[in-house]
Design a protein around this ligand. Structure first.
Ligand code: ATP
Ligand code: MG
Length: 230
């Protein structure tokens, strides 16, 4: 079981190769303290997504240790590890089902009030109420289409309803207008408040707000610091 401990995440000298030939991560070391946001930046193929995948134990590192809440992730059951982590993917997928079931996906015990509050926090509640069928509207491929920015905010609302201690966020790259940008920034502030967060950052505003920035290049951290220091 994952203990109720401080919400630190640490990588110590972590190396990893998908094919056991070419190293994709090479000696990655960093720590995120309880409540902090660490931003991963770097060019395509530098190892950002792989770093998040290792924390979820989709793969095991070849060398080094990864700890969450002071425990090695290899000593924790997969179920309790993944219950403790909320993931906001770059391109969230909705099922062909109602908005309500899509939102409650990670927490079936959420009340309708919880769902409304989560959607208000990501500035989507009024929009959803404006649909003729409200939260019963069918979404997904066969339903109403949401924009990329709205989809990512639905994914954030899902994580708010799950209420995990840790958050992994792969920011969408799509360009957005300034109103959407403001909604996204507001949503991210709700998401990261009090939670230890690793974010693959594409927006400058996210990088500026991060407590630490790690610059990855070819699987190594080449620079680290804050927005002011880099
Ligand atoms: P991007 O900005 O394009 O998302 P990234 O920094 O997230 O890039 P990763 O997805 O971590 O990069 O990939 C790092 C390296 O590992 C790349 O060379 C990629 O081709 C390789 N890679 C990623 N996933 C796999 C996989 N499942 N099998 C084999 N190689 C992979
Ligand atoms: Mg990636």
């Amino acid at each position: 079981e994952l203990q109720a401990q401080p919400g630190n995440v640490s990588f110590k000298d972590v190396s990893f190769s998908y094919d056991k030939r070419r190293e994709v991560l090479n000696g990655i070391t960093f720590e995120a303290q309880q409540g902090q946001t660490v931003a991963l930046v770097g060019e395509t193929g530098s190892g950002k997504s792989t770093t998040l995948k290792l924390l979820l134990r989709l793969y095991d590192p070849d060398r080094g240790t990864i700890e969450i809440g002071g425990q090695k992730i290899s000593d924790v059951s997969l179920e309790s590890l993944r219950n403790a982590i909320g993931v906001v993917p770059q391109d969230p997928v909705l099922f062909n089902d109602t908005l309500l079931s899509n939102l409650k996906y990670a927490n079936q015990t959420a009340t309708i009030e919880d769902v409304h509050n989560a959607c208000a926090a990501v500035k989507l509640h009024d929009r959803f109420l404006s649909f003729p069928d409200g939260y019963e509207t069918i979404v997904g491929e066969r339903g109403i289409k949401l924009s990329g920015g709205e989809l990512q905010r639905v994914a954030i609302a899902r994580v708010l309803l799950k209420n995990p201690k840790f958050v992994l966020l792969d920011e969408a790259t799509s360009a957005v207008d300034s109103e959407t940008e403001a909604h996204i920034q507001h949503s991210l502030a709700q998401l990261t408040a009090g939670r230890t967060t690793l974010v693959i950052a594409h927006r400058l505003s996210t990088v500026i707000k991060a407590d630490h920035i790690l610059v990855l290049k070819d699987g190594s951290i080449t620079e680290r610091g804050t927005h002011e220091s880099l």
